[in-house]
Structures are given as C-alpha cells and as structure tokens.
Design a protein around this ligand. Structure first.
Ligand code: SF4
Ligand code: SF4
Ligand code: SF4
Length: 475
C-alpha cells in the first residue's frame, strides 16, 4: 500500500497527465493519459515486469506503487501505453530506464553474478571476461573513488584476482564495429541506398525499431554491437589463436547495460550455432562479485590480455552519446580521403553533451553529410517520424536508449549527476590514447590480416553482421 507521501506524489503525477479521477489504489483508464492525451491503457500502478524478462527484475514486495517507473517508460522511452498492459502482458525493450526511476530498489537488472562465480569456481571451464568502455568510469564509485574516476589497471587486476582466466577489452570490438560500420556507411552513400544509416549497437534501440517501425529496419546498420562482435571473435579467433576449445569457454560480458542481457538471447547473433557471449553482468554486479570475494579494487593491477585487449581512442568514446558517431566519421574520413581528419572532426563538439537531439554537418572530400545523435526513444521517435514523412535530412544517425549514452546505463551506479563526469573521463582517455583511430589499432590490423579478411567481406558478413526481425506482433 502507498503511504501518505507517495499517495500525494501519485496524485500529483496524475495531474500532469490531465487525469480526472483516482479510485482506491488503482489508475482508472480515464486517469491514465499523458500530456498529449494518449492512453496508457492500463490500470496498473507499477510496471508488470514478468519473470521471463531476461534483463529486468521486479520485486513486488518492495514496490511502493509510486508510478515513477510507468512515467519513465511512457514518457522517455515511449513504450508503456502503446499496448494493453496487464500482469500477464508487457512489452519491453529492456533499456532499464524504469530501474533508474525506481528509488525503492523494486526494479533492478536481472542478476547473473552468482552464475558467473559458479563458472569461475568450475575448474573445467575457461572463463573469459570482456569489459565495456563505460564500466571503467563507473566501478570506482563502489570503492570510495570520485565519480568518473577512470580505472583500467585496477579493474583488470580485480577481475584476475576474482578468477577470470582471461580479461579482454570490449573497446577492441568497438574498434571492430567502427571498421565495419564506417565501410557500410561509405557504401550506402556511394550507392545511395538506405540512407540515413542508423547505428545498431544499442539493443534496446534495435528492438524498438523492430517493434514499432519494422518498415525502417533496412536503415539500421547490419553491424553487430561491440559486445556481440566480441563474443563472435572470442569463440573463433581468440580460441583458435590460444588453442582453447570454444565449447570449453564461458564468455562473460561486463557492461553498463541491462539490455545486453536480452541481446545475448538473440539467436540471430550466433555464429554457426555457437553463442558468442554466455553471460552478462553489469558494473553493479561486478562490484557485488568483488565484494563477495573481498577483493579491494585499488590493491589490484594488471593489463588486458593481448589479441583483443588493445583499443584506440575511438573505441573508448563508444560509451558516450555522440561517441559512436565521432568514431565512425574518423574512419569514414580516412577511408574516403586517405587522410586522417582535422581536430574539429575528431572532437565534433556539436554532437557532444546532454541534449536529447544534436546535429552537425561535416565535409568529407566532396561529400557534405548531415548527421544526428540522440538518446531516449522519445527523441529517436521524432527522427523516425521524419523518415516516415519524408522530411529526414540526415545521412547518419546515432541512437542510444540511455541518457548520455552507455555511461548512463541502468547497470551503472545510480546518479544522473555523474554522467557528465564519466563522459569527460572517456573523452580525456581518447585524447591520451596511443592512437585515436580504430584503423591504426595494431590488433585490429592483425585480426583482419590473420582471420577476417577484407572489411565487409564474406567472413566479416559471417561473424560481424546480423539481421533483424519485424516484432510488431508483440503489440
Ligand atoms: S518506481 Fe519502483 S516503487 Fe515506484 S511503482 Fe515502480 S517499481 Fe514500484
Ligand atoms: S526496461 Fe525500458 S521498456 Fe522495459 S519496462 Fe523498463 S523502461 Fe519500459
Ligand atoms: S544506451 Fe548503452 S547502456 Fe543504454 S540500453 Fe543502449 S547499449 Fe545499453
């Protein structure tokens, strides 16, 4: 039951929604309207997250029925209210925005960290960790460090101390993603097909298009996300080079993201029926795991393993809103002109920062490209509607579900005031990186020379690209 304070808050929320009546503890259908008058089509006070949701967990006993989760889902991500919600019917893109809205801890990512510990404790498996860019600017929060502290050696050392057999850098596969995505963009522009190209590294965004705008799926880049590419390469290239049977590998992605727990369930991301990533844990779960084993983060130091442990500054900024765009344009510029771009394009200040939709115009050789960057589906929806109405002027669009990009993911320590500090930390690491271009990363050159072959070629298609499906039947 709601207490007096949360009841008042609840009523206030309904006023925002032009609501008229509240009875008992439920929202009447007449009450459930947003500021545009759209129906929320539910009399539930909380999100009906079901047990089968691979990414989000709901603890009913902790729920105060404040409705904040419903508001976040409906207003920011445009999901709740688009279908008839009931205890047995819930459409979800697994973004985790509701988790960030819930101050009671009733909503969290679905925890898998105990399964990871079990795998580590099993001596017959090789457990490999791959760590996403944003984890290194979030994990320090749990160990008394300042928000936005950039920690690599301590984080890798702690993962080794907990028992991972190898520790790899998902930034490596962010570089790989850009190699493929930049080449794809160039091809589409030259052939004038499926423009604009949308980024595809956020699984919540991909699922949103699959559900709500399936006719626009050809505009998504076919490049897998960095986590998915990393999985494919761990079970093939890395296994081959190290002589490990891929069937003996448990690959664990450590990410800032709830939606990656859903992404690894997608069969269309498997290669030759082998799942690239077996488990996903978040930054929050990594902290739980380290504390469970009494590992002091600051007391450990180590480096990533080689083969898939080196990344450019372009890979590092993948965690930031605008980072994928900036990284891709650096390599697209090189591919088209044969030269690296100027400082202005490296920074591309117009697409940085915490504004929902940002845009820029860039010149690459004789091409003039209009690009846009956005986060949250309420902003993406505006660009998708421009496409439907034929008024979209852009050539390349980056979309992320979370505010600020993955640094603001639902698997990160809470606190939106920390997002800008994390963004700044990743930007500084980009500037200090040994190279700021993925095409200059020696491990990227090696993997194309030794294993993949040409960028966009047959092996690249097989291992690094995917397909999408119309999921409008979920509505
Ligand atoms: S935000 Fe949390 S406490 Fe509030 S209704 Fe949702 S689940 Fe319950
Ligand atoms: S994860 Fe996202 S789509 Fe799913 S219920 Fe939460 S806010 Fe809504
Ligand atoms: S923006 Fe990043 S953290 Fe958020 S849902 Fe998408 S991939 Fe996950």
């Amino acid at each position: 039951m709601m207490n007096k304070i949360s009841r008042r808050k609840f009523i206030g929320k309904c006023v925002v929604y032009n609501a008229s009546v509240i009875l008992g503890t439920g929202w009447l259908l007449s009450c459930a309207k947003d500021s545009n008058g759209a129906n929320y089509s539910s009399d539930l006070e909380y999100l009906p997250i079901q047990n089968g949701n691979p990414a989000i967990a709901f603890r009913r006993e902790q729920c105060e029925e404040c409705g904040d989760c419903i508001e976040a889902c409906a207003e920011k991500q445009k999901v709740f209210g688009t279908y008839h919600a009931s205890e047995s019917n819930h459409v979800c893109i697994h973004c985790g925005t509701c988790i960030m809205a819930c101050e009671e801890g009733a909503l969290t990512e679905k925890y898998n960290w105990r399964e990871v510990l079990n795998a580590i404790d099993n001596p017959s498996t090789i457990v490999i960790a791959s760590i996403s860019p944003s984890v290194r600017v979030g994990i320090g929060d749990y160990f008394g460090m300042d928000a936005g502290s950039f920690i690599v050696e301590n984080m890798v050392g702690a993962c080794r101390a907990v028992g991972f057999d190898y520790v790899l850098d998902t930034n490596f596969s962010a570089d790989l993603t850009i190699m493929e995505e930049a080449a794809e963009l160039q091809k589409r522009i030259q052939e004038n097909v499926n423009i604009p190209q949308f980024t595809s590294c956020c699984p919540a965004w991909v699922k949103y298009v699959e559900i709500y705008y399936p006719s626009l799926l050809p505009y998504l880049s076919t490049a897998k996300s960095p986590v998915s590419m990393q999985g494919s390469m761990v079970k093939t290239y890395f296994a081959q080079k190290t002589g490990i049977d891929p069937l003996n590998i448990i690959h664990v992605a450590i990410t800032p993201c709830a939606a990656k727990k859903y992404e690894i369930t997608r069969e269309d991301l498997e290669t030759e029926d082998i799942k690239g990533t077996d488990m996903v844990i978040t930054t929050n779960e990594l902290a739980k795991l380290l504390k469970m084993r009494n590992i002091d983060l600051s007391a450990q130091t180590a480096n990533f393993d080689s083969l898939m442990g080196n990344a450019s500054g372009a890979g590092i900024i993948f965690g930031n809103t605008g980072g994928v765009m900036r990284a891709a344009l650096r390599t697209a510029y090189f591919n088209i002109t044969g030269m690296n771009p100027s400082e202005n394009m490296l920074e591309l200040q117009q697409v940085q920062g915490l504004t929902g939709i940002k845009e820029a115009q860039v010149t690459i050789g004789t091409l003039v490209l209009n690009v846009a960057v956005c986060y949250e589906m309420r902003n993406a929806q505006k660009l998708l509607e421009q496409m439907i109405s034929g008024t979209c002027k852009y050539h390349f669009i980056e979309v992320m579900a979370c505010k600020g990009g993955c640094v603001g993911g639902a698997g990160q320590p809470a606190g939106s005031s920390k997002i800008q500090k994390r963004i700044s930390a990743l930007n500084t690491a980009d500037i200090l990186a040994s190279t700021r271009y993925c095409h200059e990363n020696p491990e990227i050159k090696a993997i194309y020379n030794d294993f993949i072959g040409p960028v966009g070629g047959p092996n690249a298609k097989k291992y690094l690209h995917t397909t999408y499906n119309d999921k409008s039947n979920l509505l």
